[in-house]
Design a protein around this ligand. Structure first.
Ligand code: MV4
Length: 453
C-alpha cells in the first residue's frame, strides 16, 4: 500500500479522498491555490503545498507544479478526484514518467473513452447496444445528411471531444442540420481543440441511467448497479441523483450492469468508472459514454452497496485484488443525493461567492454530508458552485424522500444565495415523488416556475 498520496483537487472531493486515505493509514499531501489556503482539505491533510494563484488553470490544472509537489513531498501516488486533471491522459502520462501512480484507469483507457465517437464504436463492436447513428465522426456535410436521412429526424450532434452534454445540438430538419453542423464544429474546435462531431438518433423521452464499475489490475471487473440521474437542468447539471433507479428490476440491473462491464473490458479498464446509458420508456438501453473518474454522485452507490469507492480506487491502484465477486454484491434500501449549490434560482441560477456568515448542517440516522464549507467560510469565485452534497438513505424511496425533505428543512446557509428552495420544490413535486420522470422533467418544472438557466 502507498505511504503517501497527493490530492490533486479541492473542495468536498478533496475532503472525501483525505478521509479515505486516513482510514487506510496513508499520509496525505493537499495541493491548493492561493484562494484555498484556509480551506478544509488543507487543514485535514498532513502536508500542503501551494501550486499557484486562484484561477484553476494556474493551480489545479498546473501539471508541472502539481507533479513537482508530489516529487518534493515524496508522494507515491496522485488522486485526481473529478473535473480538473481527472480525465486528462497527458497528465496521467506525466505522472507515469515521473514514477508516480495515477489513481485511475490506464492512459489508453482514458484516451479510448475520452474520444466519444471512438468510445461509441468500441462499445458497439463489443456488443453493447448503441443508438443508431454515424460510424465514428462525420467527415462531411454530405455524410451528415446521408446519416440523418438514414436514421430519420430528429438527430443529435455531439462533439467527440465533448461529453457530459457539452457541445451537443438537437436538429429536426435538413436545413437545421446544415447550419448546426458548422456551428457545432467551430464551437467544438474553440472549446476542445477538436472540431469533430458525430450523429445519433435523438431519443425524445429518456432517462439518464449510469452504472458504477470497479475493475482491479488482475482482470476482475464488477458493477455496483445503477444511478438514476434524470433530474438535470437544460445545461446538463445534475441536481438530484438516486440509487438504485426505481425504474429498473433486479434483472434489468444485472443486464445493464453486464453491458457496462463489457464496455469497460473492451478498453482494458481498471479502477472506478461510470458507464452512462440512455434508458427508454420501453426498457431498452443504449451506451452513451463512459466517465473515467470517480463521480460527484458516487455516494448514493456507496450508501446502497456499503462499498467505499474511493478506498477501492486507492487499493486497486496499489495492486490489490477485488475481494468480492459480482454475485456477492447486494443492494440494500434507497439513497438520494441533493447538490446544494451557491446558485440563485431567481437570477438564472447565477453562481454566488463570498462570505458564508452562518452554516448549519442536517444530521441524524441515514444522513451524510460531504462538504468543504463551514460558518465563516469564504467561497472563492474561481471554481464550481457546489457547497455541499446531502446524501440520505432509507429503506424505501418514500422514506428517503421524506428524510431528504427533513434535511433540506434543517440546512441553513446564510450570506450567499443557494438552491435549497428549488430542491425543496423538486422533492415536493408529485411527478418526482411518483418516479414519473425523464430528462424532460426538470426543464419542464423550471419553465412552470418561470425560472431560466
Ligand atoms: C442524448 C439525448 C437523446 N438522444 N442522446 C448527452 C449527455 C447527457 N448528459 C445529455 N445527453 C443527451 N444525449 C441521444 N441519442 C438526450 C440527452 C439529453 C439532453 C439533450 C438535449 C437537451 C437536454 C438534455 C438533457 C438530458 C439529456
Amino acid at each position: 500500500m502507498f505511504k503517501k498520496i497527493l490530492v490533486a483537487n479541492r473542495g468536498e472531493i478533496a475532503v472525501r479522498i483525505i478521509r479515505a486515505c486516513k482510514e487506510l493509514g496513508i499520509a496525505t499531501v493537499q495541493v491548493y491555490s492561493q484562494a484555498d489556503a484556509d480551506s478544509l482539505p488543507v487543514h485535514l491533510a498532513d502536508e500542503s503545498v501551494c501550486v499557484g494563484p486562484g484561477p484553476g488553470k494556474d493551480s489545479y490544472l498546473n501539471v508541472p507544479n502539481i507533479v513537482s509537489a508530489a516529487l518534493i513531498t515524496g508522494a507515491e501516488a496522485i488522486h485526481p478526484g473529478y473535473g480538473f486533471l481527472s480525465e486528462t491522459a497527458s497528465f496521467a502520462e506525466v505522472c507515469e514518467a515521473a514514477g508516480i501512480k495515477f489513481i485511475g484507469p490506464p492512459i489508453t483507457a482514458i484516451e479510448a473513452m475520452g474520444d466519444k465517437a471512438t468510445a461509441r464504436e468500441t462499445a458497439k463492436r463489443a456488443g453493447v447496444p448503441t443508438v443508431p447513428g454515424s460510424e465514428g465522426v462525420v467527415g462531411s456535410e454530405a455524410e451528415a445528411l446521408r446519416v440523418a436521412a438514414g436514421i430519420g429526424y430528429p438527430v443529435i450532434l455531439k462533439a467527440t471531444a465533448g461529453g457530459g452534454g457539452r457541445g451537443i445540438r438537437v436538429v429536426h430538419t435538413e436545413d437545421e442540420l446544415i447550419a448546426a453542423l458548422k456551428v457545432s464544429q467551430s464551437e467544438a474546435a474553440a472549446a476542445f481543440g477538436n472540431a469533430d462531431v458525430y450523429i445519433e438518433k435523438y431519443v425524445t423521452s429518456m432517462r439518464h441511467i449510469e452504472v458504477q464499475i470497479l475493475a482491479d489490475e488482475h482482470g476482475n471487473c464488477i458493477h455496483l448497479g445503477e444511478r438514476e440521474c434524470s433530474v438535470q437542468t437544460v445545461r446538463h447539471q445534475k441536481v438530484v441523483e438516486e440509487a438504485p433507479s426505481a425504474t429498473l428490476s433486479l434483472e434489468q440491473r444485472l443486464t445493464i450492469g453486464a453491458a457496462a462491464v463489457k464496455a469497460a473490458k473492451a478498453v482494458g479498464y481498471t479502477n472506478a468508472g461510470t458507464v452512462e446509458f440512455i434508458w427508454t420508456p420501453e426498457g431498452e438501453f443504449y451506451f452513451m459514454e463512459m466517465n473515467t473518474r470517480i463521480q460527484v454522485e458516487h455516494p448514493v452507490t456507496e450508501a446502497v452497496t456499503g462499498i467505499d469507492l474511493v478506498q477501492w480506487q486507492i487499493r486497486i491502484a496499489a495492486g490489490e485484488a477485488l475481494p468480492l465477486r459480482q454475485d456477492q454484491i447486494q443492494w440494500n434500501g434507497h439513497s438520494i443525493e441533493c447538490r446544494i449549490t451557491a446558485q440563485d434560482p431567481q437570477r438564472g441560477f447565477a453562481p454566488g461567492a463570498g462570505l458564508l456568515t452562518s452554516v448549519r448542517f442536517p444530521g441524524g440516522l441515514g444522513v451524510r454530508i460531504d462538504t468543504q464549507i463551514y460558518g465563516g467560510y469564504l467561497m472563492p469565485p474561481f471554481y464550481d458552485s457546489n457547497l455541499a452534497k446531502v446524501i440520505v438513505w432509507g429503506e424505501t424511496r418514500d422514506e428517503a424522500i421524506t428524510r431528504m425533505r427533513r434535511c433540506l428543512d434543517e440546512f441553513v446557509v446564510e450570506g450567499i444565495p443557494t438552491n435549497i428552495s428549488f430542491l425543496h420544490r423538486i422533492l415536493a413535486d408529485d411527478r418526482y415523488r411518483s418516479n414519473d420522470i425523464s430528462t424532460a422533467f426538470l426543464p419542464q418544472l423550471m419553465s412552470e416556475m418561470d425560472l431560466t438557466g
